[in-house]
Design a protein around this ligand. Sequence first.
Ligand code: ADP
Ligand code: MG
Length: 504
Amino acid sequence: MLDQTYESPKPKIIAGAKYDWELVIGLEVHAQVASKAKLFSGASTKFGAEPNSNVAFVDAAMPGMLPVINEFCVEQAVRTGLGLKAEINLYSAFDRKNYFYPDLPQGYQISQLYHPIVGEGEVLVELSEGIARLVRVERIHLEQDAGKSIHDMDPNMSFVDLNRTGVALMEIVSRPDIRGPEEAAAYVAKIRQILRYLGTCDGNMQNGNLRADVNVSVCRAGDYERYRETDDFAHLGTRCEIKNMNSMRFMQAAIDFEAKRQIAILEDGGKVHQETRLYDPDKNETRSMRSKEEAHDYRYFPCPDLLPLEIEQDWVDGIAATLPELPDDKKSRFINDFGLSDYDASVLTADVANAAFFENVAKGRDGKLAANWVINELFGRLKKDDKSISDSPVSADQLGGVIELITKGDISGKIAKALFEIVYVEGGVPAEIVEARGMKQVTDTGAIEAAVDKIIAANPAQVEKAKANPKLAGWFVGQVMKATGGKANPKAVSEIVGSKLGLR
Ligand code: ADP
Ligand code: MG
């Protein structure tokens, strides 16, 4: 599919002092399941609650408390897997990842190392028209989030907020198929878009509900191709993992910095050490946080408190039957059904609510015109007021009404903009406003002819000039438009001016 419709982008080449280098990036996206309750307890997941108010006994790891799996969260992971065209594993199991940290009262995180719920999938990441990278997804597993340590509230003490402890995360692990900072950002944007379409994660990066660990390595030209041919990681460079990026901009800057840092080490004859690093946006650099732990450092073992998770194919099929139309399909449909350009279709399908709004405007009307109005006028106006589509003062019906008036020739594009502003600020039915305020376009040729005659009679010198140079006829069109308060049909005016001046 990729070969026919899309071309793969070139990998980003970074010039070192001695050699050219290529970037290799693999992402672990942590997406918080859009669930009201946590993965193994009934405690609320509400953001911004009073610290430690959403903590069940099991989240606080009180002795004798047992986790109980939240079926809704499992369903969301399956839904996400289906949306990423991935294999769903009917058998999966939870493991304990052991480590000590104050925000992890259990002393271990319940995760899925050996048997994740979702296996291999893929994500098509379009970078520009006709250019796309097919990124392979290795797995998606369910796991608990940790709490939050707070070090900046008191000079002598640290605090812990366990509200987030035990919240369900889906960890979406990509193969190292991403080849540049822009691609990494586009990949995260695409994952976010799909999850929002599916409704399995709200994608709010600012609140940390979607964040990524970014693995970066560099290699010499040709080595990546060798890795793809053999699936042997030995062809790739050693990676460093930059933790917890929740801004696309910082993610790109961090990758850039990290690549240059690794290249400098390698060209100097040194070795990159596999480690976990943190990005500091103030200094625009990554810093070592700790050397990389291996799986055995975590003493993973099957969680004895939970039975393996066995789900039925029928249940999975039932979820598959309720999947919404996904972004790629919606985009192709918009191009085919409404005659939109690739670019307009991308803009309109970027967000599922925007896409639905546009469809309501376009249904039964001129699709291209509807796209122009939604993208240029409505989105522009909403942006000015810092509003999203859900609080748009103009409904799809109202905007559709404006468009119908343009299509019928009742109003010109210019009057339509004024009408849109009235509807935006005051509300009302567009056709009624046009009627009540006399905004209708004058298409009556008699009235236009009279206006043209009057202006020709009053400006004999201009007439002579225009006869010598037909380009000057535009001046008469402008005068007539002015005289009719912009309501004359510009096309009709231009024709009548032309014939009266003997230019056509
Ligand atoms: P860990 O838990 O040790 O970080 P995971 O298997 O969860 O390991 O994730 C490893 C991530 O690192 C994957 O996204 C993978 O694609 C990526 N990765 C592995 N090797 C490289 C490499 N040489 N360069 C860049 N990314 C890599
Ligand atoms: Mg990792």
